[in-house]
Design a protein around this ligand. Structure first.
Ligand SMILES: [Zn+2]
Length: 110
């Protein structure tokens, strides 16, 4: 079983049992105008998040500064359009590195 990037939806998964998420069309009117982009996602909300991520990582990560963007999502060829306000926040990653201290120094520091 191989872990690869799906050629259709772009998701990394065990390719033998992978099934693409449903396809949506999304746009950010402010930047893409009426050009709709195909997005694969579990639902409309995550399609909007994917679109926001694409926009954010293509640009200057402006969503990290508390900015919000409007993302429109619809089914491919569909009429009904849902509007989402998207924002982002960075994950905090903690690092721990063990500091080796000699027994002699440890005693002196107590
Ligand atoms: Zn796929």
């Amino acid at each position: 079983m191989s872990y690869e990037r799906c050629k259709i939806c772009g998701k990394y998964d065990f390719i033998d049992r992978h099934k693409c998420s449903p396809k949506w069309e999304a746009t950010i009117p402010e930047y893409y105008g009426d050009e709709w982009v195909e997005v694969y996602a579990f639902d409309e909300e995550s399609a909007a998040e994917n679109m926001a991520e694409r926009y954010n990582s293509n640009g200057d990560y402006s969503l990290m500064n508390g900015n919000e963007i409007t993302v429109l999502v619809k089914k491919p060829g569909g009429e009904e359009v849902k509007t989402f306000i998207c924002s982002a926040e960075p994950d905090i990653i903690y690092h721990a590195t063990e500091q080796k201290v000699s027994k002699e120094n440890a005693k002196n520091n107590m």
